[in-house]
Design a protein around this ligand. Structure first.
Ligand SMILES: Nc1nc2c(ncn2[C@@H]2O[C@H](COP(=O)(O)OP(=O)(O)OP(=O)(O)O)[C@@H](O)[C@H]2O)c(=O)[nH]1
Ligand SMILES: [Mg+2]
Length: 231
């Protein structure tokens, strides 16, 4: 099984050099891992750092074009390389790749999409209560408005069967930024994907800056409604 991990980066030099060895330290019998880093010309030299490692492909884009569009680029490349399953994960060490075996276990059970969830028993974050509240609220709204049966719809840590991802990506996307993640899981759901969640502990970044803008959070409910009403 070829499992390609796609991670978008913008100014994650210090994090990426720790993340890559942690990814390749994971060994699952019968599974080959490959990593695709989609970097948006990070001024801190993230791309150059990532290129020092083997089994890592770096796609360098000319400018900061958004998280969603970085995923589209990386997923497209993974599909082209005949990946069987495709992981999405952040580069800032918030997502621990030790969970890879739990994701793969669910894929082997027959699920099409596995979400690394902070909102199921055993999962969580070390966020302050205010951010927990925003994240929970966003996931709840997404669940109610989009009708996707999962408790953590804003989580970017996921594993998809390539077949379902390819189908979902064929749809017309409205978002190029963070809400791309909700749009994608919604389209997977419309494609009748079998979706499940595994508990993950999300560790807040300790290095580098957040790229999530406040405006993105404010616009979120409207983005969901627009999505739901258009399909
Ligand atoms: N290529 C690319 N990567 C991006 C862009 N925006 C964010 N990222 C990356 O996407 C991942 C998630 O972004 P974060 O800023 O960590 O977002 P977050 O996890 O919601 O917020 P914090 O971790 O609290 O800062 C990180 O690996 C970022 O470097 C972008 O425009 N282009
Ligand atoms: Mg982060």
């Amino acid at each position: 099984m070829l499992a390609v991990i796609v991670t978008p980066t913008y100014n994650e030099k210090a994090n990426i050099k720790k993340l890559i060895p942690k990814i390749f330290a994971q060994k699952i019998p019968g599974v080959t891992f490959k990593l695709i880093v989609v970097d948006d010309n990070s001024p801190d030299g993230t791309a150059k750092e990532a290129k020092k490692f083997k089994n890592v492909q770096v796609i360098s884009r000319p400018a900061k074009l958004g998280l969603g569009s970085a995923y589209v680029t990386g997923f497209g490349e993974a599909i082209k390389q005949k990946a069987d399953v495709i992981f999405s994960m952040d580069a800032d060490l918030s997502h621990n790749f030790e969970y890879a075996k739990d994701f793969i276990e669910q894929i082997k059970k027959g699920f099409d999409v596995v979400i690394g969830s902070r909102n199921v028993p055993g999962g969580g974050t070390n966020w302050p209560i205010s951010r927990k509240f925003i994240s929970r609220g966003a996931s709840f709204l997404a669940q109610v408005i989009l009708g996707v049966p999962a408790k953590d719809l804003t989580s970017g840590y996921r594993c998809y069967k390539a077949r379902i991802l390819k189908k979902a990506l064929n749809r017309e996307f409205k978002s190029t930024s963070y809400s791309f993640l909700e749009e994608l899981i919604y389209y997977c759901h419309l494609e009748k994907a079998k979706i499940t969640e595994i508990p993950i502990f999300f560790k807040d970044r300790t290095v580098g800056q957040s790229k999530l803008r406040k405006m993105e959070i404010v616009k979120f409910p409207f983005t969901l409604l627009r999505l739901r009403l258009s399909k």
